[in-house]
Design a protein around this ligand. Structure first.
Ligand SMILES: *Cc1c(COP(=O)(O)O)cnc(C)c1O
Length: 455
């Protein structure tokens, strides 16, 4: 294949790039790995090239076997829901082999798999996943939120760890079919405002210990009962406030309390796989997460490099609102995607798009905001805090949704983040309301994809 010259995207920030090659780079057979954006695009086969006669993933071939032993739906906020173990009656599975490609997908009773102890995923973390929610709207309809984005991201994540390619639209059809099957029973119409968690997953199942590209894989989709994290009480307050805030200040009782990562602990790095939703990103983060919880914090705020660039909070994207020192204007700021060290959240993209279109001018009493994706450091956050320019902060992702941040602990100092309206700041509340309205059908919007239930 002839290499195509790719002009690197111009950097949006004025500060120098993190370590990137200084010479012009274009993908060739020799230098392409999955390390860069160009590399990733290169590694994704073109849509029609279902390589070497392999069968493509095809939702129209779905085989259906309904359960003979229906499961009980747990009550909302019950211990079963909190335990995150209960799944609905059915699941989707699709097998892939190198010789054949994708076999006919199945919708079948939820249950255990059998894989060999030598299966690739158990040794080499050949796994990727997605997370989205199925919402029961206040108008009685079921909706998925921007599902096409999750399916496209899953394709990219799969490519990063040598799992087989598929047409995202086919995965989308399979997810919708499963939601249509189990939605009616598991999200009763009498419980508007509830949701199920949708977990598409792909694993390599080759029974061979050789370290090589997988030759067998299993794609599956399950629907799990999941607690409403926006209602759950956060971790106990940290014992005492340290640093600049003197002893007279009380630790906030609500909102996420974040513990900034230490210099010797990194979630993701340029050339790594932080942009991909692969299991390998999460296991190694659990030690830091456990330490944070043991010390009374909810999540780790992941920093990068000696400059302490702010990247993400737990498995959510992180936003701050501050007043720009030079222009005096309010800004909504989040880390950029270029370095590929953060996950490109669907929630993140939606917050950015909605804020750009709805708050470029003042909305009643709510002051307009500039929306900025750029690198920023903890030093920037600390100076905004000390100078009274820090307005609010929140985490954004499917699991925790839009969660106000009330405290950041960084290098021995507690920054008490303002939450102007008590539990949250104004912008956190406004952004959350916009999204809730779309997800639960209070506002008709193309992002809310209606699922027709199977009668
Ligand atoms: C899933 C995830 C997010 C949030 O993505 P959404 O699409 O908004 O749910 C953010 N960061 C990490 C590391 C994640 O795994």
């Amino acid at each position: 294949m002839a290499p195509i010259a790719i002009t690197p995207e111009p950097s949006r920030s004025a500060t120098p790039q993190l370590k990137t090659p200084t010479t012009a780079w274009s993908p060739t057979e020799d230098n392409v790995s999955s390390l860069t954006l160009a590399g990733i695009e290169h590694a994704l086969p073109s849509k029609n090239a279902s390589s070497a006669g392999q069968a493509p993933l095809d939702a129209s071939l779905l085989q259906i076997e309904l359960t003979q032993s229906p499961r009980a739906v747990p009550a909302p906020e019950s211990p079963e829901v909190a335990a995150q173990k209960t799944c609905t009656d059915h699941m989707i599975t699709a097998r892939w082999t190198l010789e054949h490609g994708w076999h006919a997908p199945e919708l079948k009773p939820y249950g255990a798999f059998s894989i060999m102890p030598t299966a690739s995923v158990l040794h080499y973390a050949t796994e990727c996943f997605e997370g989205l929610k199925l919402y029961r709207g206040f108008d009685g309809k079921l909706r998925l939120f921007r599902i096409s984005r999750n399916c496209q991201r899953m394709r990219k994540s799969a490519a990063r760890i040598a799992l087989p390619d598929f047409e995202p639209k086919e995965l989308e059809k399979l997810i919708i079919r499963l939601c249509a099957q189990d939605g009616e029973k598991w999200l009763p119409k009498e419980r508007p405002g509830s949701f199920l968690y949708v977990r598409p997953t792909c694993i390599a199942t080759d029974e061979a210990l050789g370290v090589q590209r997988p030759q067998e894989a299993l794609l599956y989709v399950i629907l799990a009962c999941f607690p409403d994290m926006t209602k759950s009480k956060s971790a106990p307050a940290p014992p005492a406030l340290n640093g600049a805030s003197n002893g007279t200040k009380k630790a906030p009782s609500s909102g996420l309390k974040l513990l900034a990562s230490t210099e010797d602990s990194i979630r993701a790095w340029p050339g790594g796989f932080g942009y991909a939703k692969v299991g390998a990103n999460y296991g190694p983060s659990l030690v830091a997460q456990g330490e944070a919880r043991a010390r009374g914090f909810d999540q780790v705020l992941w920093l990068f490099g000696s400059e302490s660039y702010v990247t993400e909070a737990g498995a959510s994207n992180f936003f701050v609102v501050w007043r720009n020192k030079t222009t005096g204007r309010l800004e909504l700021v989040t880390a950029p995607l270029e370095e590929r060290i953060i996950l490109e959240g669907v929630t993140r993209a939606s917050v950015l798009e909605l804020t750009r279109s709805r708050l470029s001018e003042a909305m009643g009493d709510v002051e307009a905001l500039d929306v900025v994706e750029k690198r920023f450091t903890m030093a920037d956050v600390v100076s905004a805090y000390r100078e009274g320019r820090l307005v609010e902060a929140f985490a954004a992702g499917t699991a925790f949704f839009i969660a106000p941040v009330s405290l950041i602990h960084f290098r021995g100092e507690d920054l008490v983040v303002p939450t102007e309206e008590g539990e949250s700041g104004v912008y956190t509340r406004v952004v959350k309301e916009w999204l809730v309205n779309i997800m639960y059908g209070k506002e008709t919007h193309e992002w809310g994809v209606v699922v027709d239930e199977v009668a």
